[in-house]
Design a protein around this ligand. Structure first.
Ligand code: ZN
Length: 83
């Protein structure tokens, strides 16, 4: 397992409630949400900080079907699952 929690989740080695996954990024519910539906969208490849995230990484989730956003708001309890 990698020391990066995001890479571990991307590899399926750490639990997360994954809402959507389509290269080059994926979305999952935050483990410690600040608000109901708190969702993180991160690139599948490792990025040490936001400056290593490319425009393509950030643009991709905008093109995903909107269902994953509705699922994030309807999910009130993050449960351990990887899918
Ligand atoms: Zn990483």
């Amino acid at each position: 397992m990698t020391s990066c929690v995001f890479c571990s989740i991307a590899a399926g080695a750490a639990p997360a409630t994954v809402l959507a996954s389509k290269d080059p990024a994926f979305a999952f519910l935050a483990r410690d949400p600040l608000a109901p539906g708190h969702t993180l969208v991160v690139p599948r490849r490792h990025a040490a900080d936001l400056f290593e995230v490319t425009d393509d990484d950030l643009a991709a989730p905008c093109c995903w079907p909107g269902g994953w956003r509705r699922r994030s708001w309807s999910s009130s309890t993050p449960e351990a699952s990887t899918s």
